[in-house]
Design a protein around this ligand. Structure first.
Ligand SMILES: Nc1ncnc2c1ncn2[C@@H]1O[C@H](COP(=O)(O)OP(=O)(O)OP(=O)(O)O)[C@@H](O)[C@H]1O
Length: 306
Protein backbone atom coordinates (compact mmCIF):
# COMPACT_ATOMS: atom_id res chain seq x y z
CA UNK A 1 0.00 0.00 0.00
CA UNK A 2 0.98 3.59 -0.69
CA UNK A 3 1.65 6.07 2.07
CA UNK A 4 -0.52 9.12 1.34
CA UNK A 5 0.70 11.08 4.35
CA UNK A 6 4.40 11.07 5.21
CA UNK A 7 5.75 12.94 8.21
CA UNK A 8 9.47 12.93 8.85
CA UNK A 9 11.13 14.54 11.85
CA UNK A 10 8.36 17.09 12.28
CA UNK A 11 8.90 19.67 15.03
CA UNK A 12 6.70 22.63 15.89
CA UNK A 13 7.66 25.29 18.38
CA UNK A 14 5.62 28.17 19.70
CA UNK A 15 8.37 30.55 20.76
CA UNK A 16 10.61 28.51 23.05
CA UNK A 17 7.92 25.92 23.73
CA UNK A 18 8.23 22.68 21.77
CA UNK A 19 4.66 21.50 21.16
CA UNK A 20 5.60 18.67 18.78
CA UNK A 21 9.04 17.15 19.08
CA UNK A 22 10.64 15.40 16.10
CA UNK A 23 7.84 13.00 15.18
CA UNK A 24 7.79 10.66 12.17
CA UNK A 25 4.97 8.46 10.89
CA UNK A 26 3.08 7.63 7.72
CA UNK A 27 -0.53 6.88 6.84
CA UNK A 28 -1.53 4.38 4.16
CA UNK A 29 -3.88 5.41 1.40
CA UNK A 30 -7.47 4.38 2.03
CA UNK A 31 -6.97 3.68 5.74
CA UNK A 32 -8.40 5.20 8.90
CA UNK A 33 -5.67 6.60 11.10
CA UNK A 34 -6.16 7.94 14.63
CA UNK A 35 -4.03 10.33 16.54
CA UNK A 36 -4.83 9.58 20.15
CA UNK A 37 -3.65 11.69 23.04
CA UNK A 38 -4.66 13.78 26.02
CA UNK A 39 -5.28 17.54 26.04
CA UNK A 40 -2.29 19.50 24.88
CA UNK A 41 -0.45 16.47 23.48
CA UNK A 42 0.11 18.13 20.10
CA UNK A 43 -2.71 16.62 18.03
CA UNK A 44 -4.22 19.87 16.76
CA UNK A 45 -0.79 21.34 16.12
CA UNK A 46 0.07 18.37 13.88
CA UNK A 47 -3.25 18.33 12.06
CA UNK A 48 -3.18 22.10 11.50
CA UNK A 49 0.34 21.91 10.13
CA UNK A 50 -0.57 19.04 7.81
CA UNK A 51 -3.55 21.08 6.62
CA UNK A 52 -1.12 23.95 5.77
CA UNK A 53 -2.72 26.29 8.32
CA UNK A 54 0.34 26.44 10.61
CA UNK A 55 3.95 26.63 9.43
CA UNK A 56 6.21 23.82 10.60
CA UNK A 57 9.37 24.65 12.54
CA UNK A 58 11.28 21.81 10.90
CA UNK A 59 10.80 18.42 9.23
CA UNK A 60 9.29 17.15 6.02
CA UNK A 61 5.55 16.70 5.57
CA UNK A 62 4.10 15.23 2.38
CA UNK A 63 0.49 14.73 1.36
CA UNK A 64 -0.12 12.59 -1.70
CA UNK A 65 3.56 13.04 -2.50
CA UNK A 66 3.31 16.87 -2.34
CA UNK A 67 5.50 18.78 0.09
CA UNK A 68 3.12 20.93 2.14
CA UNK A 69 5.60 23.82 2.30
CA UNK A 70 6.84 23.81 -1.28
CA UNK A 71 3.68 22.61 -3.07
CA UNK A 72 1.09 24.11 -0.78
CA UNK A 73 -1.80 24.46 -3.22
CA UNK A 74 -1.34 20.95 -4.65
CA UNK A 75 -1.25 19.52 -1.13
CA UNK A 76 -4.34 21.56 -0.20
CA UNK A 77 -6.27 20.24 -3.17
CA UNK A 78 -5.78 16.71 -1.83
CA UNK A 79 -7.24 17.40 1.62
CA UNK A 80 -10.55 18.19 3.25
CA UNK A 81 -10.77 19.39 6.83
CA UNK A 82 -13.36 19.29 9.59
CA UNK A 83 -12.22 21.45 12.48
CA UNK A 84 -12.97 21.05 16.17
CA UNK A 85 -14.99 24.27 16.21
CA UNK A 86 -17.67 24.75 13.61
CA UNK A 87 -16.83 27.16 10.82
CA UNK A 88 -20.20 26.99 9.10
CA UNK A 89 -22.16 30.15 8.46
CA UNK A 90 -25.17 29.60 10.72
CA UNK A 91 -27.33 32.18 8.94
CA UNK A 92 -27.07 30.42 5.61
CA UNK A 93 -28.71 27.20 4.44
CA UNK A 94 -26.78 23.94 4.09
CA UNK A 95 -26.80 24.38 0.33
CA UNK A 96 -25.51 27.97 0.53
CA UNK A 97 -22.67 26.90 2.81
CA UNK A 98 -21.66 24.23 0.32
CA UNK A 99 -21.95 26.60 -2.65
CA UNK A 100 -19.69 29.08 -0.89
CA UNK A 101 -17.11 26.35 -0.45
CA UNK A 102 -17.33 25.45 -4.14
CA UNK A 103 -16.42 29.06 -4.97
CA UNK A 104 -13.53 28.86 -2.50
CA UNK A 105 -12.20 25.76 -4.28
CA UNK A 106 -12.84 27.10 -7.82
CA UNK A 107 -15.18 24.26 -8.64
CA UNK A 108 -16.59 24.75 -12.16
CA UNK A 109 -20.19 26.08 -12.00
CA UNK A 110 -21.59 23.21 -14.02
CA UNK A 111 -20.27 20.67 -11.50
CA UNK A 112 -21.59 22.38 -8.36
CA UNK A 113 -25.07 20.82 -8.29
CA UNK A 114 -23.75 17.32 -8.93
CA UNK A 115 -21.19 17.65 -6.12
CA UNK A 116 -23.68 19.05 -3.63
CA UNK A 117 -25.99 16.13 -4.30
CA UNK A 118 -23.13 13.67 -4.02
CA UNK A 119 -21.78 14.88 -0.67
CA UNK A 120 -25.21 15.43 0.89
CA UNK A 121 -26.25 11.93 -0.10
CA UNK A 122 -23.13 10.57 1.60
CA UNK A 123 -24.16 12.08 4.92
CA UNK A 124 -27.91 11.57 4.43
CA UNK A 125 -28.80 15.24 4.28
CA UNK A 126 -30.07 15.57 0.73
CA UNK A 127 -33.63 16.39 1.83
CA UNK A 128 -32.46 18.98 4.34
CA UNK A 129 -30.45 21.12 1.95
CA UNK A 130 -32.71 24.20 2.22
CA UNK A 131 -32.54 24.28 6.02
CA UNK A 132 -30.77 27.10 7.85
CA UNK A 133 -27.61 25.72 9.54
CA UNK A 134 -28.28 27.60 12.80
CA UNK A 135 -31.46 25.56 13.28
CA UNK A 136 -29.76 22.16 12.96
CA UNK A 137 -28.78 19.80 15.79
CA UNK A 138 -25.09 19.41 16.73
CA UNK A 139 -24.87 16.07 14.95
CA UNK A 140 -26.43 17.42 11.75
CA UNK A 141 -24.05 20.39 11.76
CA UNK A 142 -21.12 17.99 12.03
CA UNK A 143 -22.49 16.04 9.07
CA UNK A 144 -22.75 19.27 7.05
CA UNK A 145 -19.12 19.98 7.93
CA UNK A 146 -18.11 16.53 6.74
CA UNK A 147 -20.05 17.10 3.49
CA UNK A 148 -18.36 20.46 3.05
CA UNK A 149 -14.94 18.93 3.70
CA UNK A 150 -15.61 16.51 0.83
CA UNK A 151 -17.00 18.90 -1.77
CA UNK A 152 -13.72 19.22 -3.69
CA UNK A 153 -13.30 15.41 -3.70
CA UNK A 154 -10.19 15.24 -1.50
CA UNK A 155 -8.12 12.09 -1.13
CA UNK A 156 -7.61 12.69 2.59
CA UNK A 157 -10.15 13.93 5.12
CA UNK A 158 -8.82 15.40 8.36
CA UNK A 159 -11.24 15.29 11.26
CA UNK A 160 -10.16 17.05 14.44
CA UNK A 161 -12.11 15.39 17.26
CA UNK A 162 -15.13 14.75 15.01
CA UNK A 163 -17.44 13.48 17.73
CA UNK A 164 -16.45 15.57 20.75
CA UNK A 165 -19.47 17.11 22.42
CA UNK A 166 -21.96 14.82 20.65
CA UNK A 167 -24.22 12.36 22.41
CA UNK A 168 -23.40 8.62 22.06
CA UNK A 169 -26.11 7.95 19.47
CA UNK A 170 -25.00 10.84 17.25
CA UNK A 171 -21.38 9.78 17.67
CA UNK A 172 -22.29 6.32 16.42
CA UNK A 173 -23.97 7.89 13.37
CA UNK A 174 -20.96 10.06 12.56
CA UNK A 175 -18.86 6.89 12.72
CA UNK A 176 -21.18 5.19 10.23
CA UNK A 177 -20.43 7.99 7.76
CA UNK A 178 -16.70 7.86 8.42
CA UNK A 179 -16.61 4.10 7.81
CA UNK A 180 -18.76 4.46 4.70
CA UNK A 181 -16.41 7.08 3.26
CA UNK A 182 -13.41 4.91 3.82
CA UNK A 183 -15.02 1.74 2.50
CA UNK A 184 -16.96 3.06 -0.47
CA UNK A 185 -14.82 6.00 -1.57
CA UNK A 186 -11.40 4.80 -0.41
CA UNK A 187 -10.85 8.18 1.25
CA UNK A 188 -8.05 8.23 3.77
CA UNK A 189 -9.31 9.41 7.14
CA UNK A 190 -6.96 11.11 9.59
CA UNK A 191 -8.64 11.86 12.86
CA UNK A 192 -7.71 13.01 16.29
CA UNK A 193 -9.57 11.68 19.26
CA UNK A 194 -9.36 11.16 22.97
CA UNK A 195 -12.01 8.44 22.91
CA UNK A 196 -10.40 5.02 23.33
CA UNK A 197 -13.23 3.13 21.66
CA UNK A 198 -12.87 5.32 18.57
CA UNK A 199 -9.16 4.64 18.31
CA UNK A 200 -9.99 0.96 18.52
CA UNK A 201 -12.01 1.04 15.26
CA UNK A 202 -9.12 2.57 13.27
CA UNK A 203 -6.56 0.65 11.18
CA UNK A 204 -3.57 2.33 12.76
CA UNK A 205 -3.19 4.41 15.89
CA UNK A 206 -0.43 6.76 16.92
CA UNK A 207 -0.44 7.64 20.61
CA UNK A 208 0.99 11.11 21.20
CA UNK A 209 1.89 12.47 24.60
CA UNK A 210 3.82 15.63 25.38
CA UNK A 211 4.59 16.21 21.68
CA UNK A 212 6.14 12.77 21.17
CA UNK A 213 4.71 9.66 19.50
CA UNK A 214 5.01 7.04 22.20
CA UNK A 215 3.41 4.16 20.27
CA UNK A 216 2.28 3.51 16.70
CA UNK A 217 0.65 0.32 15.47
CA UNK A 218 -2.65 -1.44 14.83
CA UNK A 219 -5.03 -1.43 17.83
CA UNK A 220 -4.67 -5.21 17.99
CA UNK A 221 -0.86 -5.10 18.10
CA UNK A 222 -0.88 -2.32 20.71
CA UNK A 223 -3.19 -4.30 22.95
CA UNK A 224 -1.15 -7.43 22.46
CA UNK A 225 2.06 -5.64 23.32
CA UNK A 226 0.95 -3.46 26.20
CA UNK A 227 -1.89 -5.26 27.94
CA UNK A 228 -2.44 -8.52 29.72
CA UNK A 229 -5.70 -10.38 29.91
CA UNK A 230 -7.03 -10.88 33.42
CA UNK A 231 -8.85 -13.86 34.89
CA UNK A 232 -11.35 -13.34 37.71
CA UNK A 233 -11.66 -16.55 39.68
CA UNK A 234 -13.99 -17.41 42.56
CA UNK A 235 -13.12 -20.54 44.54
CA UNK A 236 -14.35 -22.62 47.48
CA UNK A 237 -10.71 -23.28 48.50
CA UNK A 238 -8.79 -19.97 48.53
CA UNK A 239 -5.62 -21.31 50.13
CA UNK A 240 -5.36 -24.17 47.63
CA UNK A 241 -5.83 -21.73 44.74
CA UNK A 242 -3.13 -19.40 46.11
CA UNK A 243 -0.74 -22.34 46.38
CA UNK A 244 -1.23 -23.39 42.77
CA UNK A 245 -1.00 -19.79 41.52
CA UNK A 246 2.30 -19.43 43.38
CA UNK A 247 3.50 -22.74 42.02
CA UNK A 248 2.93 -21.51 38.45
CA UNK A 249 4.32 -18.04 39.27
CA UNK A 250 1.12 -16.25 38.23
CA UNK A 251 0.67 -12.82 39.82
CA UNK A 252 -2.66 -12.32 41.47
CA UNK A 253 -4.54 -9.96 43.74
CA UNK A 254 -6.95 -11.19 46.39
CA UNK A 255 -10.19 -9.24 46.12
CA UNK A 256 -13.43 -9.33 48.07
CA UNK A 257 -14.80 -12.77 47.12
CA UNK A 258 -12.53 -13.47 44.11
CA UNK A 259 -8.95 -13.52 42.81
CA UNK A 260 -7.73 -11.34 39.96
CA UNK A 261 -5.01 -13.17 38.08
CA UNK A 262 -2.72 -11.64 35.45
CA UNK A 263 -2.69 -13.96 32.46
CA UNK A 264 0.98 -13.83 31.53
CA UNK A 265 1.07 -17.37 30.15
CA UNK A 266 -2.17 -18.90 28.98
CA UNK A 267 -0.69 -22.40 29.41
CA UNK A 268 -0.01 -21.75 33.10
CA UNK A 269 -3.51 -20.45 33.68
CA UNK A 270 -5.02 -23.51 31.96
CA UNK A 271 -2.91 -25.77 34.21
CA UNK A 272 -4.08 -23.92 37.31
CA UNK A 273 -7.71 -24.14 36.22
CA UNK A 274 -7.54 -27.81 35.41
CA UNK A 275 -5.86 -28.71 38.72
CA UNK A 276 -8.29 -26.58 40.70
CA UNK A 277 -11.45 -27.17 38.67
CA UNK A 278 -13.53 -28.93 41.29
CA UNK A 279 -13.34 -25.89 43.62
CA UNK A 280 -13.94 -23.11 41.07
CA UNK A 281 -17.41 -21.59 41.36
CA UNK A 282 -16.99 -18.83 38.77
CA UNK A 283 -14.48 -17.62 36.22
CA UNK A 284 -14.39 -14.65 33.89
CA UNK A 285 -11.60 -13.62 31.54
CA UNK A 286 -11.33 -9.97 30.56
CA UNK A 287 -9.30 -8.77 27.60
CA UNK A 288 -6.92 -5.83 27.95
CA UNK A 289 -8.47 -2.52 26.88
CA UNK A 290 -7.17 0.49 25.04
CA UNK A 291 -7.32 2.34 28.35
CA UNK A 292 -4.82 -0.20 29.69
CA UNK A 293 -2.58 0.44 26.64
CA UNK A 294 -2.61 4.16 27.28
CA UNK A 295 -2.04 3.74 31.00
CA UNK A 296 0.81 1.30 30.44
CA UNK A 297 2.58 3.60 27.96
CA UNK A 298 2.02 7.01 29.49
CA UNK A 299 1.46 6.14 33.14
CA UNK A 300 -1.81 8.06 33.17
CA UNK A 301 -5.41 7.71 32.09
CA UNK A 302 -6.73 9.78 29.25
CA UNK A 303 -9.41 12.42 29.75
CA UNK A 304 -12.66 10.89 28.54
CA UNK A 305 -16.00 12.29 27.56
CA UNK A 306 -14.97 15.94 27.18
N1 LIG B 1 -0.53 29.29 19.49
C1 LIG B 1 0.07 28.69 20.50
N2 LIG B 1 0.99 29.33 21.25
C2 LIG B 1 1.62 28.73 22.29
N3 LIG B 1 1.41 27.44 22.66
C3 LIG B 1 0.49 26.75 21.97
C4 LIG B 1 -0.24 27.33 20.86
N4 LIG B 1 -1.06 26.38 20.37
C5 LIG B 1 -0.87 25.28 21.13
N5 LIG B 1 0.05 25.49 22.08
C6 LIG B 1 0.52 24.53 23.08
O1 LIG B 1 1.07 23.41 22.38
C7 LIG B 1 0.72 22.20 23.04
C8 LIG B 1 -0.01 21.28 22.06
O2 LIG B 1 -1.27 21.85 21.78
P1 LIG B 1 -2.33 21.17 20.79
O3 LIG B 1 -3.50 22.09 20.67
O4 LIG B 1 -1.65 20.77 19.56
O5 LIG B 1 -2.73 19.87 21.62
P2 LIG B 1 -3.92 18.85 21.41
O6 LIG B 1 -3.33 17.52 21.60
O7 LIG B 1 -4.58 19.12 20.12
O8 LIG B 1 -4.90 19.16 22.58
P3 LIG B 1 -6.51 19.37 22.56
O9 LIG B 1 -7.07 17.99 22.69
O10 LIG B 1 -6.75 20.20 23.75
O11 LIG B 1 -6.86 20.06 21.29
C9 LIG B 1 -0.11 22.58 24.25
O12 LIG B 1 0.75 22.62 25.38
C10 LIG B 1 -0.63 23.97 23.92
O13 LIG B 1 -0.81 24.74 25.09
Amino acid sequence: MNPIIEVENFTKQYGDFIAVNDISFSVEEGSIFAFLGPNGAGKSTTINTLCTIFEKTSGRLLIDGKDISQEKSEARAAIGVVFQDSTLDVKMTIEENLKMHCVFYNIPKKEVEERIQFVLRLVDLLDERKKIVGALSGGMKRRVEIARGLIHYPKVLFLDEPTTGLDPQTRAHIWEYILKLQKERNITIFLTTHYMEEAEICHKVAIIDGGIIVAYDTPYALKKKYTKDKAYITTKEPIALENILNQYALSYTKKEGYYRVEVEQLDSLLEVLSQHKEYITNIEIKKGTFNDVFLEITGKTIREGA
